[in-house]
Ligand binder design. Structure first.
Ligand SMILES: CSCCC(=O)C(=O)COP(=O)(O)O
Ligand SMILES: [Mg+2]
Length: 226
C-alpha cells in the first residue's frame, strides 16, 4: 500500500521544454548582472566559492566563475551550486510575471485528489528546494505549494544514487516500500527501486512507453496506479 508519493519535476509534472527553453535561458541572461550586484552577499558568495572549489578556480576570479556557470547551464549540469544560484535568479522572473511554471493539464487535479485521500506529497528534483517552491508557487495551475509536505534536492544526494532515496524515506518517516517515486528518467527510477521504493515512469507524448518497460509506465498522472 502506498503511504507517500515523491515526484520529480522536469519531464514528470512539467515539460522539459519549459525548463530548457525558458528557465535556463533566463538564468544565463541574468547571471552576469546577478553576480556583479549580489556576489558579495553571504548566501550568494557561498555558492560562488563552491563553484570555484568544484571547478578548481581562484574564488576571486569572478569572470572565470561566471563563465563556468554559463557552461554548466549549457551542459545542463546538475551541480548543487549552479542549482542554488539559478533558484535565486529565477525568483525575479516569477515575481515580475516574466513566466509561470508549466504544469501538464491533469497534474494539479491529481495532486489535489491524492492529497485529499490522505497521501502526503513530496518533491525530489535537481532544482534547489528554493527553486522548487517558486516553481509550484508560481505555476500555470496556481499556487500548488499547500499540497506538498516537503521538498528534497541534490543536497540529499544525486538522483541516480540509491542512497538518496533511502535518506528521503528516512526523512519522510515512511518505509521505502510504501513510497511511490515518479520520474521520467529510468536511471532515477532504477536507483529508487534499488532503495526499495515503488516506481512509476512518466513517458510524456511524443515519447511512448516501451513494449516491456522496466518500471510501471504511464503517459499522464491520472493513469498512475496508487
Ligand atoms: C525546480 S526548478 C527547475 C528544474 C531544474 O533546474 C532541473 O534541473 C530539473 O531537474 P529534475 O530533477 O526536476 O528533472
Ligand atoms: Mg525529470
Amino acid at each position: 500500500m502506498i503511504r507517500a508519493i515523491v515526484t520529480d519535476i522536469e519531464g514528470t509534472t512539467s515539460s522539459i521544454s519549459f525548463v530548457k527553453d525558458v528557465l535556463f535561458p533566463y538564468a544565463a541572461e541574468h547571471l552576469p548582472a546577478f553576480v556583479a550586484s549580489h556576489g558579495d552577499k553571504p548566501d550568494v558568495k557561498t555558492w560562488l566559492d563552491a563553484t570555484a572549489r568544484d571547478a578548481g578556480l581562484d574564488p576571486a576570479d569572478r569572470g572565470a566563475i561566471v563563465a563556468t556557470l554559463l557552461a554548466w547551464i549549457r551542459e545542463d549540469r546538475k551541480a548543487t551550486p549552479l542549482k542554488a544560484l539559478q533558484g535565486m535568479i529565477w525568483a525575479d522572473g516569477y515575481e515580475s510575471g516574466a513566466y509561470r511554471a508549466h504544469m501538464y493539464p491533469e497534474v494539479a487535479k491529481q495532486l489535489r485528489d491524492w492529497k485529499a485521500s490522505g497521501l502526503p506529497l513530496y518533491v525530489y528534483s535537481s532544482g534547489s528546494v528554493a527553486a522548487q517552491k517558486l516553481f509550484f508557487r508560481y505555476s500555470e495551475a496556481g499556487d500548488l505549494t499547500p499540497l506538498f509536505d516537503g521538498y528534497f534536492d541534490t543536497e540529499i544526494g544525486g538522483k541516480r544514487e540509491a542512497g538518496s532515496y533511502a535518506r528521503i524515506a528516512e526523512a519522510i518517516g515512511v518505509e521505502a516500500k510504501a513510497i511511490l517515486f515518479l520520474s521520467d528518467i529510468a536511471e532515477e527510477l532504477d536507483a529508487a527501486r534499488a532503495a526499495g521504493l515503488q516506481t512509476t515512469w512518466l513517458c510524456r507524448p511524443p515519447l511512448e512507453c516501451p513494449p516491456n518497460p522496466a518500471h510501471a509506465c504511464v503517459d499522464r498522472f491520472d493513469a498512475i496506479m496508487v
